[in-house]
Design a protein around this ligand. Structure first.
Ligand SMILES: [Zn+2]
Length: 399
């Protein structure tokens, strides 16, 4: 695609996103908001209408003269499938064109299942979502997948997903061949950041960091309203930044990686260590420590388990190191802590805020917000919906 065509697609997406954000809006107002002249906005909105993505819907208030026609995104133009391929779960949604969920399925899986087994489960879940799609003019527009690893976006190859023990998996072509639908793939934390930007509470913020906390840890970084990808598209691997020099080998092969201290995996290992050293209470002892899950630890901490509270506070303290580093480097307006950490509770969040403010060199000089994702564990799947919409418009040969 030439520069001119690419610019046109970018502007078209910008207009679509502006209509989505404003629900009902006139062409004149779009032109003001996106800083494009009225003729360009008019041409591009006409194209979007012809393609079925937006519709004219009623009239706005007149400022003298004719009342302006209002535009709205056509939510029923087609359906989209969003998939969060977690380390120990698969989360699938089917949504309409504006991210309203029509069908949702969340399946917990054992860690390190063989790849074939995982793919078969994924196929079944996609199949089910396809079956639930209502009749629409364009049918299913595409499938977006967030993967816990390093992804080569254009080829759709998962170069490495250490916690899944995947290397060089041609995920995009595997799914495309199976379902004959366009497939778009990205790192799951990037997808989460997109989800926050498109559908979250703080979507208007131009500089934000989304931290995806599950078994592992990753960051999606939005700078000046755009996802920061870096030279090869691998930016944001904060979970594999080094915070000490002597601990166990990480799943990535390195030593002292942050995610071993600031994740669900860390919660489990801290609890095990404490119990091994002789700590026990009403909630946790050597009898149940091997079976306990991260969410049970969080619940026990809320119910008053001293040991589980200690583990939650320690994870917050260590995660604050990673966040303070990110804050020092990127100076975000907000850090949104999401995925499983959306359920870690007030004890965790308060400690996290306190420790980040203490550790970050710059946080004391501005109003840094640290919040839990209001999308809870749906930021990634919704981001995958946004990924399909934006990639589809940016690469129209797929549409
Ligand atoms: Zn690592």
């Amino acid at each position: 695609m030439g520069n001119h065509a690419l610019l046109k697609q970018i502007n078209k997406l910008l207009i679509l996103k502006t209509i989505l954000d404003n629900k009902m809006i006139s062409r004149a107002k779009i032109s003001r908001l996106v800083d494009l002249n009225k003729a360009t906005v008019s041409n591009l909105t006409d194209e979007l209408i012809k393609e079925g993505y937006i519709v004219e819907k009623g009239y706005g208030k007149s400022k003298g003269g004719r009342r302006p026609v209002l535009l709205q995104v056509n939510k029923d133009v087609g359906s989209i499938i969003g998939i969060d391929l977690g380390v120990d779960y698969i989360h699938v949604i089917l949504s309409n064109f504006i991210g309203e969920i029509i069908f949702e399925e969340y399946v917990n899986i054992k860690m390190k299942e063989p790849k074939e087994k995982l793919l078969n489960l994924l196929f079944d879940m996609i199949e089910k979502a396809i079956d639930k799609a209502p009749p629409t003019p364009k049918g299913i527009l595409g499938i977006g997948i967030g993967v816990p690893g390093i992804v080569e976006k254009e080829s759709g190859i998962v170069l490495i997903a250490p916690n899944l023990e995947w290397k060089n998996v041609h995920l995009k072509s595997i799914i495309e061949q199976k379902f004959n639908l366009p497939v778009y793939i990205d790192n799951e934390a990037n997808a989460g950041a997109l989800g926050e930007k498109w559908f979250g509470e703080w979507g208007k913020v131009s500089d934000l960091i989304y931290l995806s906390v599950g078994i592992g840890l990753g960051a999606g970084i939005i700078i000046d309203n755009k996802l920061f990808r870096g030279a090869a598209g691998f930016a944001g691997e904060v979970g594999h930044t080094t915070i000490n020099f002597q601990d166990d080998v990480c799943s990535c092969g390195n030593i002292g990686c942050l995610e071993n201290f600031a994740s669900e995996r860390a919660l489990l290992s801290i609890i095990k260590k404490l119990v091994k050293e002789g700590a026990e209470d009403r909630y946790i002892s050597c009898e149940n420590v091997d079976e306990i899950t991260p969410s049970q630890i969080i619940q026990a901490a809320m119910d008053g388990s001293r040991i589980c509270r200690m583990a939650v506070l320690e994870v917050a303290e260590k995660m604050a190191i990673g966040i303070a580093n990110l804050v020092n480097i990127f100076n975000p307006e907000i850090v949104i802590v999401g995925n499983k950490a959306s359920f870690f509770g007030d004890l965790f969040l308060e400690k996290l805020r306190e420790a980040v403010n203490q550790k970050s060199f710059i946080a004391q000089f501005y109003d840094l917000k640290i919040e839990v994702s209001k999308l809870k564990d749906r930021a990634v799947v919704l981001g995958c919906i946004a990924m399909v919409i934006s990639d589809m418009l940016s690469f129209p040969e797929y549409a």
